[in-house]
Design a protein around this ligand. Structure first.
Ligand code: ASP
Length: 340
C-alpha cells in the first residue's frame, strides 16, 4: 500500500524570502512547495501540505505553538502514515522534544526538518533535507519523534542545534544517530524506540511556568531570589557545572534554591557540558543539590529537560511524581539509570 505523508509547515528559514530586514516567512510557501515537489524529479511518497495560519521565525516560538502543532497532527492522525513538520532550526530541538513527550508512545513517525538556506535561494539544502525526511516519515518501523537534517536522522529529544553556519546544524551528543543518510539511507533499527502504547497528552501550557537558571562565576543570590520569587514559576532547569556541581560555598545562593524547592518549585539539574550528563554527588559541591532536593536529569539536553518539565507541569502532575519522572526515560530522552 502506498504511504501517505503530511507536511505541516510552521515557518523557519526553509520557507523564508529575503526582505530589507533579512529573511522573513513567506505566506503561501506550502503551495510553492507542493508545486516544486510535484514538478521535480525528487522521489517522495504521496503527500499533502498544511500550512499554519501564523508562520513564524522559530525564535518567536512559544509553548502554545506546541499545542497548535500537536493538535494539527492529531486532527489528521488517521489519514496519514507519517508526518513531517517544517520548522525553523533555532528552536527545532525544543519542539521536537516537546512533541516527543506530548505524543509519547507514537505509533507513527513524526519527523521535523527545515533548512539552513531557504528554498528560494541558490544552494538551498531544502530539497535534500525534505526528501530524506519524507522517505523516513513513510517508514513505519519508526515510532518516535525525530529530527532529520544534514544527512542524519536524530532522536528529537536527544538533539540540539550545535552549528550556526553548517548544513549539519544538529547533532545528538549522547545518543547515536538513528539513520545515516548517504548514497543509501541506513536506518539503525536497533537504536529506535520499541513499539509502545500511545499515551498522548496535548495540554495548554503556561508559558511562564518553567525557567532556566545557569550557574556562572559571580552568580548572586539576590538575582536568583528575584527570579524565583514569582508565583508564576513552577519549574526550574538548573544548568550546573560538569557532572552536576554547584557553587555550594555560596550559602545565600544555596538557601535561595532550597527555599524555592520547599515552596514546591520542581528543580532539575542538567550539565552545561553537552557530552556526558550529571552524576550529582560525585563531588561535595554537587551533593549539596541532592540535599536541597534538586532532581538530576541524567544526560538530558536542556531542550529535553525544559520541555519535559513543561509537559508534566501542564498535565497537572504533582511535584513528587514529576521529580520521580526525571529518574526515568519517558520517550528515550535519557539513560534510564540516574544517580540520586
Ligand atoms: N531563525 C530561523 C528560524 O529558526 C533559522 C532557521 O530556520 O534556520 O526560524
Amino acid at each position: 500500500m502506498t504511504s501517505r505523508v503530511l507536511l505541516l509547515h510552521s515557518g523557519g528559514t526553509i520557507g523564508m524570502c529575503p526582505s530589507p530586514d533579512g529573511y522573513r516567512p513567506l505566506d503561501g510557501f506550502g503551495a510553492m512547495l507542493q508545486q516544486t515537489l510535484n514538478s521535480g524529479t525528487a522521489a517522495v511518497p504521496v503527500f499533502d501540505v498544511v500550512e499554519l495560519d501564523n508562520l513564524i521565525d522559530s525564535s518567536n516560538l512559544q509553548p502554545s505553538h506546541w499545542t497548535t502543532i500537536a493538535n494539527e497532527l492529531l486532527e489528521r492522525w488517521d489519514q496519514f502514515d507519517g508526518f513531517v513538520v517544517l520548522h525553523g532550526t533555532d528552536t527545532m530541538a525544543y519542539t521536537a522534544s516537546a512533541l516527543s513527550f506530548m505524543l509519547r508512545g507514537t505509533d507513527k513517525p513524526v519527523i521535523l526538518t527545515g533548512s539552513q538556506i531557504p528554498l528560494v535561494e541558490q544552494r538551498s539544502d531544502t530539497i535534500e533535507n525534505l526528501q530524506a525526511a519524507m522517505l523516513l516519515a513513510a517508514d513505519t518501523s519508526i515510532r518516535e519523534v525525530c529530527v532529520c537534517f544534514g544527512r542524519r536522522l536524530l532522536r528529537g529529544n536527544r538533539c540540539s542545534k550545535l552549528r550556526t553556519r553548517s548544513f549539519d546544524a544538529f547533532d545528538s551528543p549522547n545518543y547515536p544517530w538513528l539513520a545515516d543518510i548517504g548514497i543509501d539511507i541506513t536506518l539503525h533499527k536497533e537504536r529506535l524506540l520499541p513499539p509502545s502504547i500511545p499515551a498522548f497528552t496535548v495540554p495548554e501550557f503556561d508559558p511562564h511556568a518553567v525557567i532556566v537558571l545557569q550557574f556562572y562565576p559571580g552568580i548572586q543570590a539576590r538575582m536568583v531570589e528575584a527570579m524565583l520569587d514569582s508565583d508564576l514559576v513552577r519549574g526550574v532547569v538548573l544548568r550546573s557545572y560538569g557532572v552536576g556541581n554547584a557553587p555550594d560555598a555560596d550559602e545565600p545562593l544555596m538557601a535561595a534554591l532550597a527555599k524555592a524547592v520547599e515552596r514546591g518549585i520542581v528543580m532539575v539539574s542538567t550539565s552545561q557540558c553537552i557530552i556526558g550528563g550529571v552524576t550529582q554527588g560525585a563531588y561535595a559541591s554537587g551533593a549539596m543539590l541532592n540535599r536541597i532536593g534538586v532532581a538530576p536529569a541524567s544526560d538530558m539536553t536542556l531542550e529535553a529537560a525544559f520541555t519535559k518539565l513543561h509537559v508534566l507541569l501542564a498535565s497537572g502532575m504533582n511535584t513528587t511524581d514529576i521529580r520521580n519522572q526525571f529518574a526515568q526515560a519517558l520517550s528515550g530522552e535519557c539513560q534510564q539509570v540516574v544517580d540520586r
